[in-house]
Design a protein around this ligand. Structure first.
Ligand SMILES: Cc1cc2nc3c(=O)[nH]c(=O)nc-3n(C[C@H](O)[C@H](O)[C@H](O)COP(=O)(O)OP(=O)(O)OC[C@H]3O[C@@H](n4cnc5c(N)ncnc54)[C@H](O)[C@@H]3O)c2cc1C
Length: 416
């Protein structure tokens, strides 16, 4: 069976490898003329590392990124609210990795090229539209100037073309731009000193002003340094209008650094880290409403094209990876491919819609707001501010929702 994937991002490349390994004939098309290691840091949860390990990629990830030991939530004074071991440190059979998105994409690209053959990953081909007739689908590709370059016929088309998906737009032409609720994000990378043991992901502050940071480079760690990926989230107020969602748009320090001037934790000088950045990018925190359907006949959606979500709880890349495995498993049943795409949607759409909606309600970050609201000046004893039972409930509910609880993860992997 011949499968076309539009988009050689994280989701598209993983889906291509899973499908190829299962015996499908796969070709990937991406709009860019060449892949460059773009972006800043990203996290891959243990449940998604399981799939990458199955593709033989764990050694490359371990050699490049940081095996995340702990996720720590803190208030804006740097006081710890909750700390949770991650991956193997939580007793799971797989690690969690914090890694540079561009480096992850290059690891995936090199592996996919080896597996599929270079001729099966085509660049400079932006999908412009498609037609299907019940037994075949024909995808039309254009170059960067919009000039038609190729039409390709296949049994199936997967739209893995990201937040501005053209495949999605053909099904939902009136959807409009992504949705914004007023939060702008500045993302940066800074070479600095290791903090909290060198493998901790920190989420500090509260909904309207947050600072997230984690180290992402093994090479830096080996030199006694940390390549710190950080994100500043700031609420811009009602009525602010969002900038265009461009992953490569540079950001300006003066737009946000002053707001973090006093964020000097004993263990991390936040303004110092921000000011020393060598890359700063600006991006609005956007998502889209969950769709009623992803699969229409022989065409479906995957990753951000299907379920763009706020980057809360490190789900974007991880869930895109899990989609690739799910679609492969359903197609491998070997019955009518349209039915397989429907089953893929039944399996993946409802849980992804729940994450999108939960992230709009702040997801697991709700603990930060509770502490900010009840103890804006900081606390002496956390239990007086956020009783353990309340905290446990927030955490357990979210882990269940995103299928990160131990039981679900082990079930997914066939462990008992
Ligand atoms: C350049 C870039 C930088 C990013 N940086 C970060 C980051 O720093 N941190 C973070 O958390 N997330 C980042 N993301 C988003 C993150 O990769 C995704 O949220 C997540 O990994 C889900 O992956 P995906 O494969 O669904 O989408 P993406 O990783 O966004 O991949 C989509 C792919 O489709 C291609 N494409 C787009 N339109 C078309 C078209 N019409 N035809 C063919 N191909 C098309 C794009 O070139 C891209 O390669 C970035 C995405 C991109 C594209």
């Amino acid at each position: 069976m011949k499968v076309i994937i539009a988009g050689a991002g994280i989701g598209g490349l993983v889906a291509a490898m899973c499908l190829k390994r299962a015996g499908f004939d796969v070709t990937v098309f991406d709009a860019v003329s060449e892949l460059r290691p773009l972006g800043v840091g990203i996290n891959i949860q243990a449940g998604a590392v399981r799939i990458l390990s199955g593709l033989g990629l764990e050694p490359a990830l371990a050699a490049t990124g940081i095996e995340t030991r702990e996720l720590r939530y803190a208030n804006k004074h740097g006081q710890t609210i909750w700390a949770d071991p991650r991956g193997r440190h939580a007793g799971l059979p797989w690690p969690q990795f914090s890694i540079h998105r561009g480096e992850l994409q290059m690891i995936l690209f090199n592996a996919a090229r080896d597996l599929l053959g270079a001729e099966c990953i085509r660049f400079g081909r932006r999908i412009a539209g498609f037609e299907q007739n019940g037994s075949k689908v024909t995808a039309r590709f254009v170059d960067r100037d919009g000039k038609p370059v190729q039409s390709v016929e296949a049994d199936l088309l997967i739209g893995a073309d990201g937040i501005h998906s053209a495949v999605r737009a053909q099904f939902y032409p009136h959807e409009g731009p992504p949705k914004w609720q007023g939060i702008l994000m500045w993302r940066g990378v800074t070479v600095g000193k290791p903090f909290l043991g060198g493998a901790t992901m920190v989420q500090a502050g509260h909904h309207t002003q947050k600072f997230v940071c984690y180290p992402i480079s093994k090479a830096h760690a080996e030199r006694g340094k940390a390549l710190i990926n950080w994100i500043c989230d700031l609420y811009m107020g009602e009525g602010a209008s969002p900038p265009r969602e461009d992953w490569n748009k540079p950001g300006k320090l003066t737009d946000f650094l002053p707001r973090y001037r006093d964020w000097k934790f004993g263990w991390l000088d936040v303004p110092g880290v921000i000011a020393a950045a060598h890359t700063i990018l600006e991006f609005p925190m956007v998502d889209r409403d969950p769709l009623p359907r992803w699969s229409h006949g022989r065409v479906t959606l995957l990753g951000d094209a299907a379920h763009p979500m706020y980057p809360i709880g490190s789900n974007g890349a991880s869930q895109a990876i899990i989609d690739g495995e799910a679609i492969t498993q359903e197609l491998s049943v070997g019955d009518d491919p349209e039915k397989a795409l429907e089953r893929y949607e039944e399996r993946r759409l409802p849980p992804m819609a729940r994450i999108v909606e939960s992230n709009r309600r702040k997801g697991i970050d709700v603990m930060l707001d509770i502490v900010e609201e009840r103890a804006p000046q900081g606390f002496r004893n956390l239990d007086d501010v956020l009783p353990p039972a309340e905290l446990d409930r927030i955490v357990a509910d979210y882990k269940k929702l995103v299928a990160q609880d131990r039981e679900t993860l082990l079930k997914l992997a066939g462990h008992h």
